[in-house]
Design a protein around this ligand. Structure first.
Ligand code: AMP
Length: 425
């Protein structure tokens, strides 16, 4: 099938050709006709399947064909993260460049001024994260009265990130007469219920069930001890073929620590997570895309929606405790038909997680046995785990108590302030 067989208008076909897409991906083949017919849709697809174009292209066509009756926003696309919002807007910009469609993106963590200025000029398609959207609606700086098409993207992540109340608020504000598209990588019961409250007689489109990982991704696992992971990672990165890798860390602190260790070994890396400013995250992403960084260390939430063309390597520094997260993570490689490699480092405490993952994907992950840091430790017994958790809690308390002490004595805080002021001069 070609894009022209999907009855797309010439300006869109031209833009798609500029992007060098030759054939529609399966989700595009299925969704584009449904959306063009004005129907509601429930899409079960991960990122990397081409789902952004699957909804953006027909929406652009529907709006480009329409007489512009009002100045208001006609399509709202709600998505969980800033990165994803930016990428969707960039995609819409590319696909609509030969039409008169005007799009904008709004997200929190940055000044609202430039976003509001853009809105005032008139916008047809708005891509938004929930917090900033509700904030600007509250300030009466934008209205959803003219929205005829609503897209809820990455619904499962939205719920994971605690956006359910925000979504409900948006639904109350949206006009009831509208076309709605709902995308989620997984469809557990709570997501199905949410979709029912949004969609009207939807057509279901499923391309990659969450339990099947992309066939083009080779998956490997290294079994090791917790304290050997750092060395094992450096050993893996000794392979110069691994030139650009997205590395996942469960925690923000872990991400910072790994990036620091890699820097010490002169492996260019940067960490992105929720504590980094929007500018820092964007810069790291740009540097990574340009090839200036070899390793981008990310937490699950920060990595969500990162769109890097032809990313070959994903490394799981830890094995996620939710098997779906594993599928999401490795879906960052092997995008749109490209080959990918996913490598996981497993410590004894994570052995059970591997079992769950293998059950979900219905496949055994190939173990790499020939490496210098094999697993020799055993998982902790229940009693040891209890002791270990206690010790962890004690250290945490100690850390915060020390921090409080040094702040109240004026030590750390004051110096930090001065250093900050010096840096700004
Ligand atoms: P998405 O699932 O929307 O995040 O898209 C994944 C990647 O596939 C993005 O880099 C898109 O630019 C790319 N892509 C989308 N559609 C196509 C297509 N038909 N052919 C080739 N690449 C595509």
């Amino acid at each position: 099938m070609t894009f022209s067989e999907l009855n797309l208008i010439d300006p869109i076909l031209k833009a798609v050709a500029d992007k060098k897409y030759t054939t529609p991906t399966p989700i595009q083949e299925k969704s584009i006709p449904i959306v063009l017919q004005g129907k509601d849709m429930l899409g079960c697809a991960q990122t990397g399947t081409g789902k952004t174009a699957a909804f953006s292209i027909p929406i652009i066509q529907l709006l480009a064909n329409k007489e512009r009756r009002s100045k208001g926003i006609q399509c709202l696309i709600l998505t969980p993260t800033r990165e994803l919002a930016i990428q969707i807007e960039e995609n819409i910009d590319a696909y609509s460049k030969y039409t008169n469609i005007r799009q904008a993106v709004i997200f929190g963590g940055v000044r609202q001024g430039p976003q509001v200025a853009k809105l005032k000029k008139g916008v047809d398609i708005l891509v938004a994260t929930p917090g900033r959207l509700l904030d600007l609606i509250g300030q009466r700086l934008l209205s959803l009265d003219d929205v005829g098409i609503f897209v809820l993207d990455e619904a499962d992540r939205m719920l994971d990130m605690g956006f359910i109340n925000d979504i409900k608020k948006v639904l109350k504000i949206l006009p009831t007469k509208r076309q709605s598209l709902f995308f989620s990588a997984t469809l557990p019961e709570n997501i199905v219920q949410l979709s029912k409250s949004i969609l009207n007689n939807p057509v279901k489109v499923e391309v990659t069930p969450v339990s099947s990982t992309a066939e083009t991704i080779q998956q490997y696992i290294y079994y090791t001890n917790r304290d050997l992971k750092k060395n094992l990672l450096l050993h893996i990165l000794d392979n110069p073929e691994i030139d650009q890798v997205l590395l996942f860390s469960r925690t923000k602190h872990g991400a910072n620590r790994i990036a620091r260790e890699l820097d010490k070994k002169r492996i260019k890396s940067s960490a992105i997570h929720g504590d980094k400013s929007q500018n820092q995250r964007q810069r790291a992403l740009e540097d990574f895309k340009n090839g200036d960084l070899r390793v981008l260390v990310a937490t699950d939430i920060a990595a969500r929606g990162i769109d890097i063309n032809k990313l070959r390597y994903v490394i799981n520094y830890d094995v996620p405790n939710e098997p779906e997260t594993y599928v999401h993570r490795i879906g960052r490689s092997g995008r749109a038909g490209e080959e990918g490699v996913a490598i996981s480092l497993c410590e004894p405490e994570e052995l059970d997680y591997v079992k769950d993952i293998q059950k979900l994907i219905n496949q055994k992950i190939d173990p790499i046995n020939d490496h210098p840091y094999p697993q020799t430790d055993k998982p902790m017994t229940a009693a040891e785990k209890k002791e270990w958790n206690k010790e962890k809690a004690r250290r945490k308390q100690e850390f915060f108590a020390n921090r409080k002490k040094s702040r109240s004595s004026g030590g750390g805080g004051g110096n930090r302030k001065k250093a900050h002021a010096r840096g700004r001069r």
